[in-house]
Design a protein around this ligand. Sequence first.
Ligand SMILES: Nc1ncnc2c1ncn2[C@@H]1O[C@H](COP(=O)(O)OP(=O)(O)OP(=O)(O)O)[C@@H](O)[C@H]1O
Length: 319
Amino acid sequence: MNTFSPESALSLKSVHKRFKQTVALHDVSLHVPKGVVFALLGENGAGKSTLIKILTGFVSADYGHASVLGHDCEIESMKIRRSIGYVSDTPALYDWMTPSEIGWFTSAFYADGFLTRYQTLLTELNVPAATKIKDLSKGQRAKVALALAIGHDPELLILDEPTSGLDPMVRRQFLESMVDRAAVGRTVLLSSHQINEVERVADWVAILHHGQLKVVAPLEELKTNVRIVTATVDSVGSVVPVPRGDVLTETQTGRQIRWIVRGLPDDWQDDYPPSSGATKLSAERATLEEIFIAVCDDRATRPVIANDHAETGSMEAAS
Ligand SMILES: Nc1ncnc2c1ncn2[C@@H]1O[C@H](COP(=O)(O)OP(=O)(O)OP(=O)(O)O)[C@@H](O)[C@H]1O
């Protein structure tokens, strides 16, 4: 469980949201520290956009509490929207304006400095400033939306699928600029399907699955604490001990068994003497993608054997 501190950029406490028969968020509690790039991962329909819409005040939680930069998301949404930068997964822009014009128009809502920063971003992102937005490509429109969101140098930037529609060069440049923002104390919350990209830039990762927060942890801690354990069993059907720790998944291919385990103790091999029926034991670090699949793949086998030594580390979500 990650816990609230005054340094939290945003926080959710036991948030639930249901759309008719669909539970979009179930008892989600989360605290995002300031000055980090925080990635929200989840498969299609996991609840990422709903969570972001609750934070930005576009959707109300059925119950639970959400706050951003100390403001209540339900009753102070206007304050929140003025102080953060936000790009939705379907940014709405005035199509009849040019990027230059929309920047000038938007600058009226923000302090001095917005327009200069916005114009610099347009140049850096190679956006044709004098072309009508309706005539821009999908990626160019995404760039305009990003430049508008970052132009006032917000303390918190919330991005729903920020890199979809951007070409690989710009994606890289854009994600690196997110790391730079965090380095000067700004916070970035981004939802993404691009796990490899997230792995390069995120400080913290949360994984949502069917509306439930399954994992919240600093990325490094997650990668250090999750191991892929493999063993070869004497024969197909041999029963061998399940590793201590929190076993996320178990798969068997022929005589090889593979477990993804978090909190694997250092002395784990002690459980596998020659008489255990398991040989060729090894434990390797898991990639973020492997961790994501272990958490989200509903077809994966999860051993139900109770494990007296199971540990729940700080990567465990609060929900
Ligand atoms: N306005 C709505 N009315 C009805 N159902 C909704 C509404 N908004 C979201 N949902 C449902 O809530 C669930 C979560 O949707 P959400 O858009 O939050 O997922 P997501 O993780 O952002 O997915 P994706 O990665 O595909 O964008 C889905 O089952 C979706 O169909």
